[in-house]
Design a protein around this ligand. Structure first.
Ligand code: SF4
Ligand code: SF4
Length: 358
């Protein structure tokens, strides 16, 4: 084909965000002087130029239908010059340059049943991975866990009653896009995968499945005259990494796929290195539609944090100061053998460092 006839590539990346920004933000990009917090859920940013803009943060139910979106965006048209933004934690943010419109805007969103908050030292909305709605390998519906948990934490979203801000995350499988948070609720598989041998040769590329296993527990095998796979169950750490490339290696199970709570994660920032989460509660029932056991543990941790942490200590900093034994004493959570990582092969085979191995 001559070059002139070739179809041009379709640019499908992220569009330029500047075109969607409020004009006041565009004009003052990178030129902000300071910000204040007039009340929970409201930020006031002041620019070098003297211009100011108010941000009103509103918690949503995360999975939004078209009717709710229309209602929320019409409020944006009426009070916020038609500019809104959704945050990574599915809060909607309105931008208002006229201070007199802040309270009527809050009144309008609250009338529809939404809550304003999630700024400063509050529990902001939980972030979650996609769950059953969008992904092909979840062991629970992370968005459902989030919705039911936020219903219980609504007062901590609406007020500044925590020592510092709290980020909570959930993830619906054990290996992929799980979040890093002060408190994380993650899936925990407790049994090795069950293999549907009749399907393996039709569906799975066996060498890539063997290569996926972090502990080399999978071997090729012939079963009933058909190429299949077998798992050394003594080695298997029930991570679920073989399930995405080979769905016949089913690891999700109504009884044995549980939830676990991890504590103390934080991304690096200007003041500190990243910190890694530690397991504090395991084998929690994966119990829809309201996940009461997991919510109870999260509320218990938040209560102890609120009572015992110093002002502006994040959850991880609080635990670092008091020590993990004291954390378990204060929360009363049982310390079990599952909290000890005694797997000696990790150093040689898990991708725990940035070294490239061949
Ligand atoms: S956490 Fe796992 S199951 Fe959930 S969306 Fe990410 S990859 Fe998919
Ligand atoms: S669940 Fe994880 S450890 Fe077990 S066989 Fe699959 S990949 Fe290997």
């Amino acid at each position: 084909m001559a070059m002139a006839d070739m179809r041009p590539p379709i640019e499908s990346g992220c569009p330029d965000g500047f075109q969607y920004m409020h004009p006041t933000m565009r004009r003052n990009f990178g030129l902000w002087k300071y910000h204040t917090d007039p009340k929970p859920g409201v930020l006031r940013h002041v620019a070098e130029s003297g211009e100011e803009i108010f941000t009103v943060k509103v918690g949503t139910q995360r999975i939004l239908d078209i009717f709710s979106l229309r209602e929320l965006t019409s409020i944006g048209d009426e009070f916020a010059d038609g500019y809104i933004r959704f945050t990574i934690r599915s809060n909607i943010e309105y931008y208002v340059t006229d201070e007199s419109k802040v309270d009527p805007l809050i009144e309008a969103v609250e009338k529809l049943g939404y809550v304003v908050g999630g700024t400063k030292n509050s529990v902001t909305s939980l972030s979650h991975t996609q769950g059953w709605l969008h992904c092909d390998i979840p062991g629970t519906d992370a968005s459902g866990v989030v919705k039911s948990m936020m219903d219980e934490l609504i007062d901590d979203f609406k007020s500044w009653n925590m020592p510092n801000r709290v980020h909570i995350t959930t993830s619906c499988c054990q290996i992929n896009c799980g979040g890093q948070g002060d408190i994380a609720i993650n899936v925990q598989h407790t049994k090795p995968p069950k293999i549907d041998h009749a399907q393996v040769s039709n569906v799975c590329e066996r060498p890539s499945v063997v290569a996926r296993c972090p502990v080399a527990a999978i071997r090729p095998a012939m079963v009933d005259g058909k190429p299949s796979l077998e798992v050394d169950e003594k080695k298997c750490i029930c991570c679920g990494a073989c399930f995405p490339p080979c769905p016949p290696m089913m690891i999700n199970d109504a009884e044995h796929s549980k939830l676990a709570v991890w504590v103390g994660g934080n991304h690096s920032n200007a003041r500190g290195k990243p910190t890694f989460q530690k397991l504090v509660a395991s084998a929690i029932p994966n119990n829809p539609p309201r996940w009461p056991e997991a919510a109870g543990i999260v509320k218990l941790i938040l209560k102890c944090y609120k009572e015992d942490a110093r002002d502006w200590e994040r959850v991880g900093e609080w635990v670092e100061r008091i020590g993990w034994p004291r954390f378990f004493e204060l929360t009363g959570l049982p310390f079990t053998k599952y909290h000890i990582d005694n797997w000696r092969g990790a150093r040689a085979s898990l991708n725990a460092s940035t070294h490239i191995r061949f």
